[in-house]
Design a protein around this ligand. Structure first.
Ligand code: TMP
Length: 218
């Protein structure tokens, strides 16, 4: 049986809407490349041609009738493709992966947000990822009201999930904080309410504290 984890380094960024992941993930990838690491930058849902098609279905306002169980399986289908096609091969070559969202998003959004059974979700996520777990997860945390305002006025599209009620997003945030409490050795909370440069310094410090800052650590 393939061991769940690999020689490479797997970093994920998680957080509620408008937390700045899509700004900071490329910056982090660039920084890690400057240390000589071979970095794959990717995101969920998406990251493969099949995953990008699934992403369009999931984000489309016309699909408001989608059931939480169907939504879960679509997110996990995108993840299964991304892990086996891109992430695992890269990690097995000793590379570094920076991924904007992973299984923790399913636990936070479908588990805490929609209230689906979390032990069942864990099994589905394990199946989709073949039990691959991030080495480090950065939680970009901020009050949901601020995140949603940033999201509405930001560059990204206002998608089907953004449009769910504020209480849904509050449950998602609380879910993330709970997940981080349960596994402090993997998660690092970043105060994402701060200005962009301040958030970046926190990320840099967090990553450096976990992996070191020199080429020796590659
Ligand atoms: P974003 O990554 O551009 O924020 O858009 C992805 C949306 O999908 C976001 O609202 C979070 C949501 N999502 C889930 O609900 N479950 C998942 O498993 C993943 C990966 C994302």
């Amino acid at each position: 049986m393939t061991p769940p984890n690999t020689p490479g380094l797997f970093i994920t960024l998680e957080g509620p809407e408008g937390s700045g992941k899509s700004t900071h993930a490329p910056r982090l990838a660039e920084y890690l490349r400057s240390l000589g690491r071979d970095v794959l930058l990717t995101r969920e849902p998406g990251g493969t041609s099949i995953g990008d098609q699934i992403r369009s279905v999931l984000n489309d306002h016309a699909n408001a009738a989608i059931k939480p169980s169907a939504e879960t399986l679509l997110f996990c289908a995108s993840r299964a493709q991304l892990v086996s096609q891109m992430i695992r091969p890269h990690l097995e070559r000793g590379g570094t992966v920076v991924c904007d969202r992973f299984s923790d998003s399913t636990m936070a959004y479908q588990g805490y947000g929609h209230g689906l059974d979390r032990s069942m979700l864990l099994s589905i996520c394990d199946f989709a990822s073949a039990r691959l777990k991030p080495d480090v997860t950065l939680l970009l945390d901020l009050p949901v009201e601020i995140g949603l305002i940033r999201r509405r006025h930001g560059k990204g599209d206002w998608n089907r999930l953004d449009a769910l009620e504020v209480d849904f997003h509050r449950r998602v945030r609380q879910g993330y904080l709970e997940l981080a409490r349960q596994e402090p050795s993997r998660w690092i909370r970043i105060d994402a309410e701060k200005e962009e440069e301040d958030v970046w310094s926190q990320i840099l410090q967090a990553v450096t504290s976990r992996i070191g800052s020199g080429k020796d650590n590659c």
